[in-house]
Design a protein around this ligand. Structure first.
Ligand code: NAD
Length: 503
């Protein structure tokens, strides 16, 4: 539904309509505006700045100057650490502002933005703030008549491109490690969800991040993103998004020999063996496909169930998901909110329609939910599909679960590994040897046993195959944001002894 300016005025929400460049809030060069849509009503609730290419150039120039004069990279790790730890505490102080913005923008239940999105983002700044003083090189043992050591140096200007589904966490997972090692940043969030990045700019400045070290360009999608990737003033790209766009980014950057950290799509399988603790498994399975309304890269839309318990699991799930509270994101009890946009809703609806046409049986859901004009879709369980169906092979990115039976461990592994993706996978079993065997055999960057989405700033996160090659979180992320330098210093042999000295 479209809205009038009068409706927006009564909404009483005011967003900044400038870009954050060089430490100042500046009007976009061409006066561009980007609408902010509330997914829970479909209504426009305000607007933010829409950058043009000349704004991208200005942001890169500011980041370049800030990197080259050493105002940030020239600080010691301990000095940078103090600033990052202040960012973490300011995020915690402004938890409610950030949680409200993220909930409004993405349609996420406020329960989760308060409990997960904001605290996890603050944790990332705390974690990399704590690591910043410990980013050392090492001395190498060598037979050369020389002293050899390595240095880890920042790459320079990082172009950070983030997706719509976890705007704050996935911005923090780039900004915190990139800043910890001394880089400067130009950040382009998704045009669907720019709000938390605007608040983040304020927090970074308040914490003492020097002018020009972090720059924010909100606005369009592919044009601004591509300008960032192509620009010679950007030294690396940190990209999280779909596999399709990731391929484009990597191919442009590849021609320029520009490093890319790529966190791409996912389509995880969750394998439930007959020996699993079913009471715990049902909650885990529901969480794995309804959290964030299924819009998360490590969602498990593919459930593989050992045949003796297959019918039971489908039956329990079909009933249990109807009891998960679906509703307005602002309601404290809501667990499932709307999808992010009308386009995402149409996409999910079309994929379910195709699944039914391909022979799938909808055990529950399979329809829109009519509430306030928002983009709601019922949690949906589909059984009976062949493994080559699109709903199984492609990333759905909605609250949709397909369920397939299997007879043997090797069949489960083959099914789990049968898509192009390889971000996450799950194993639900009480047999510890089986857990190890299957974990080793699965083609995925992250494996969860007897649970789902157990994430922490300290544990590396990233995929294989079409899910990309980056690793966020953990000390491993710092490798993406640094380059290694070797320094070898010749050591002269002792001077020849002098002859004819005193006898
Ligand atoms: P998307 O690929 O459509 O967009 C991601 C970002 O890229 C946005 O900021 C967008 O504006 C920008 N962009 C679009 N075209 C571009 C181009 N040609 N050059 C440079 N930038 C461009 O993704 P989305 O719909 O925002 O997010 C959902 C996708 O992200 C899903 O596929 C999901 O699996 C993936 N994702 C992956 C991870 C992970 O860690 N692996 C985490 C979250 C989301």
């Amino acid at each position: 539904m479209s809205s009038t300016d009068a409706e927006i005025a009564t909404d009483a929400r005011a967003f900044r309509t400038e870009l954050f460049i060089g430490g100042r809030w500046v009007a976009p060069a061409e006066g561009g505006r980007l609408e902010v849509i509330d997914p829970s009503t479909g209504r426009r609730v305000g607007e933010v700045a829409a950058a043009s290419i000349s704004d991208v150039d200005a942001a890169i120039a500011a980041a370049r100057a800030a990197f080259d004069d050493g105002r940030w990279s020239g600080l010691s790790g301990r000095q940078r650490s103090r600033v990052l730890l202040r960012v973490a505490s300011l995020m915690r102080e402004r938890l409610e502002d950030l949680a409200q913005a993220e909930s409004l923008d993405v349609g996420k239940p406020i329960l989760f933005t308060r409990m997960i999105d904001v605290p996890n983002s603050a944790d990332l700044f705390e974690y990399y703030g704590t690591l910043a003083p410990h980013i050392d090189g090492s001395v190498r043992d060598t037979p050369l008549p020389a002293f050899a050591y390595t240095r880890r140096e920042p790459r320079g200007v990082v172009g950070a491109i983030s997706p719509f589904n976890f705007p704050l966490i996935l911005s923090s997972s780039k900004i915190a490690p990139a800043l910890a090692v001394g880089n400067t940043i130009v950040h382009k969030p998704s045009p669907l969800t720019p709000l938390s990045a605007i608040l983040m700019s304020e927090i970074l400045a308040d914490a003492g991040v020097p002018d020009g070290v972090y720059n924010l360009i909100t606005g369009g999608g592919s044009d601004l993103g591509e300008a960032l990737v192509r620009h010679p003033g950007v030294d690396m790209i940190a990209f999280t998004g779909s596999t399709k766009v990731g391929r484009e980014v990597a191919s442009v950057a590849g021609r320029l020999l520009k490093p890319v950290a790529a966190e791409l799509g996912g389509n995880a399988a969750n394998i439930v063996f007959a020996d699993a603790d079913l009471d715990k498994v049902i909650g885990t399975v529901i969480n794995s496909f309804v959290f964030n309304t299924g819009q998360f890269c490590m969602a498990a839309p593919r459930l593989l169930v050992e045949r003796p318990i297959y019918e039971t699991v489908v039956g329990i799930l079909a009933d249990a998901v109807t009891h998960v509270p679906l509703g307005r994101p602002s309601d404290d009890a809501t667990v499932i909110g709307p999808l992010v946009s009308a386009a995402q809703l149409e996409r999910v609806e079309a994929m379910v329609g195709d699944a039914v046409a391909a022979g799938g049986t909808v055990a529950t859901g399979g329809e829109r939910i009519d509430l306030d004009g928002g983009f709601y879709y019922a949690p949906t369980v589909i059984a009976g599909l062949g493994n080559d169906a699109d709903a199984i092979q492609e990333e759905v990115f909605g609250p949709v679960l397909t369920v397939q039976p299997f007879d043997t461990e090797s069949e489960a592994i083959a099914l789990a590994n049968s898509t192009d993706y390889g971000l996450a996978a799950g194993i639900q079993t009480t047999d510890i040897s089986r857990a190890h065997r299957v974990a080793n055999a699965l083609h995925a960057g992250i494996i969860w046993v007897n649970g789902w989405a157990m994430l922490d700033a300290a544990v590396p996160f990233g995929g294989v195959k079409a899910s990309g090659w980056g690793r966020e979180n953990g000390p491993e992320a710092l490798e993406s944001y640094t380059r290694m330098k070797s320094v070898t210093i010749a050591i002269d042999p002792p001077a020849a002894p002098e002859h004819g000295g005193a006898s």
